[in-house]
Design a protein around this ligand. Structure first.
Ligand SMILES: *[C@@H]1O[C@H](CO)[C@@H](O)[C@H](O)[C@H]1NC(C)=O
Ligand SMILES: *[C@@H]1O[C@H](CO)[C@@H](O)[C@H](O)[C@H]1NC(C)=O
Ligand SMILES: *[C@@H]1O[C@H](CO)[C@@H](O)[C@H](O)[C@H]1NC(C)=O
Ligand SMILES: *[C@@H]1O[C@H](CO)[C@@H](O)[C@H](O)[C@H]1NC(C)=O
Length: 496
């Protein structure tokens, strides 16, 4: 048993790289090995793509699977995200099914600063200047160019990028920025609009809980009301200590501690919603059977006790699942973990992802929206405070808003102009609120799946999948078939 420090609201995907999520490590995975080995391969990558006078190199990790490939076939590239790349994806997941059908050569490239891909020896603030989505896209561009050479791929070989969540955004941006290298892209659950106060996140969490019942939502709201009242007096505070298994009493806690506690408990629900029924078992997820139905059944079961007692029962269930002894909600402890500059430190890659949110994206899942049921104790300033406390006072509101404007200008936000890109989202997934879910453009269609969670279309099929998910997967196959038609190719085989 170990005590886990509560981490702030960071989204991470399960799409192969999930490490932590919303207030706690989500799904510490049991190791699952592919049926055959996919050895680590290493690519000599440039440290700084935007300084032509610099030629410092580092080793970037990638995997290859060439068993489906036939000459003239396309190349599929699975883009790594904010966590360790997992070789299980080299033989499982929908993209592998597509690869079999289209005879594709498959690569997965780990994102710089995550997993074993270390451009610098640590994640000091000085070194983190090399961590950005643009550097990551340029990494992929150099990778494509080099693999075309290494595998002697014929001129005109079509590359298709895949990714879910942040890598879903990268997948679309790859086609946008490097259309001469990337022929088409599948972008799953990708947030394309950078925003500091992502209050809509909790709106979708509320709506998703309401797919179980309105009673579930009102029980959560009632629990938070009771929680606020308990916090007002000492006996109530001691009751909260017990109910929620806190490592330290709330009696002597700071305002930031309390914000962190509220956010963590909201995170219990947000995490379950985001990954509801998503077939992650194949990658060893241990929390996959905790679904919206499971937690809403608890919230609406009055025999358990008052609403706040039921709220605590949900917390208990998750703590047991993650083998957590007590809940550490102390702000200072959390900040100290994020200050650790070891690349694979105690927060996993939390420090790195948080840096990207503080400098490029925001995406802070705040309590600002009045109609969400988790009370309002984690406003956007709480998150910006964390940026300053972890990276230094320079990482403030102004730096963030400049960074967000820059991101939206560089990539076009929801107005990005692309062709041969499909945007896929699920209605249960809170991230759809920052993505493209509707499109009139046949060249860049959107697929919005009713009732599915984050990246659902990327996972292996299951017989419990709703028909609209199966239909979405078929639509993607259809688009790939259209985009990869031989007539659409300009394949010119070079004479040997
Ligand atoms: C972090 O790495 C830099 C070199 O990139 C090095 O100069 C510095 O001493 C390292 N910091 C720590 C705490 O090891
Ligand atoms: C989830 O599965 C585990 C292991 O199979 C089991 O022990 C646990 O009771 C299940 N939890 C729920 C909520 O169904
Ligand atoms: C940073 O994290 C690493 C890995 O968890 C740990 O070994 C190290 O002791 C930590 N450093 C500090 C200063 O806490
Ligand atoms: C989505 O699915 C739910 C539950 O099956 C259904 O009630 C609802 O009408 C559907 N919404 C749309 C837009 O199809």
């Amino acid at each position: 048993m170990r005590v886990l420090i509560v981490l702030p609201l960071l989204f991470s995907l399960s799409c192969g790289w999930k490490i932590f999520h919303l207030g706690k490590f989500r799904g510490p995975k049991s190791e699952v090995s592919p049926s055959r080995a996919f050895p680590d391969l290493w690519f000599d990558q440039k440290l700084d793509h935007f300084d032509p006078t610099s030629n410092t190199l580092w080793k970037q990790r990638y995997f290859v699977n060439d068993e489906f490939h036939e000459t003239g076939g396309p190349v599929f590239l699975m883009i790594g995200g904010e966590g360790k790349a997992d070789p299980i994806w080299m033989e499982q997941g929908m993209w592998v099914e597509y690869a079999k059908q289209f005879k594709a050569l498959c690569f997965q490239v780990e994102h710089r600063f995550y997993g074993k891909s270390h451009p610098t020896e640590n994640s000091s603030v000085k070194n983190l200047v090399y961590l950005s989505s643009e550097q990551a896209l340029a990494d992929l561009a150099y990778f494509i160019r080099q693999m075309n050479k290494k595998y002697s791929l014929p001129r005109g070989t079509q590359w298709v990028t895949f990714g879910g969540s942040y890598p879903g955004s990268l997948s679309a941006w790859m086609r946008l920025k490097y259309p001469h290298l990337v022929h088409a892209a599948v972008s799953a659950s990708g947030p394309l609009l950078a925003v500091s106060d992502f209050s809509e996140y909790m709106r979708v969490v509320r709506d998703s809980l309401a797919t179980h019942s309105d009673e579930c939502v009102s029980a959560v709201a009632e629990a938070n009301k009771q929680f606020e009242i308990l916090l007002r007096h000492r006996i109530g505070q001691q009751r909260i200590d017990k109910l929620f298994n806190l490592c330290d009493s709330v009696v002597d806690s700071s305002k930031n501690d309390i914000s962190n506690l509220y956010e963590t408990l909201a995170g219990n629900f947000a995490g379950v919603v985001q990954y509801n029924k998503d077939n992650r078992q194949f990658e060893g997820a241990i929390d996959a059977n905790i679904t919206i139905d499971v937690i809403c059944d608890i919230m609406t079961k009055s025999s358990i006790g008052s609403a706040v007692t039921r709220y605590a029962a949900v917390n208990d269930l998750l703590m047991k699942t993650y083998d957590q002894k007590c809940l550490d909600y102390k702000y200072e402890n959390m900040i100290n973990e994020f200050r650790n500059e070891t690349l694979e430190g105690a927060t996993g890659a939390g420090r790195q992802w948080m840096y990207q949110t503080c400098t490029e994206f925001g995406f802070f899942q705040t309590s600002t929206l009045p109609t969400q049921p988790f009370a309002n104790h984690f406003p956007v300033d709480f998150f910006i405070q964390q940026c300053s406390d972890v990276y230094g006072p320079r990482y403030n509101k102004e730096l963030l808003s400049n960074g967000i404007l820059r991101t939206n200008v560089m990539y076009g936000a929801l107005q990005l102009e692309v062709s041969r890109v499909v945007f896929v989202h699920g209605s249960i997934d809170p991230w759809h609120a920052l993505g493209i879910t509707k499109s009139d453009n046949n060249e860049a269609p959107a697929i919005y799946i009713n009732g599915t969670a984050h990246c659902a279309n990327m996972y292996p099929e299951s017989q419990d999948d709703p028909p609209q998910l199966t239909a979405a997967r078929h639509s993607i196959t259809g688009l790939l078939a259209q985009w990869l038609q031989p007539s659409a190719r300009s394949v010119r085989f070079q004479p040997v």
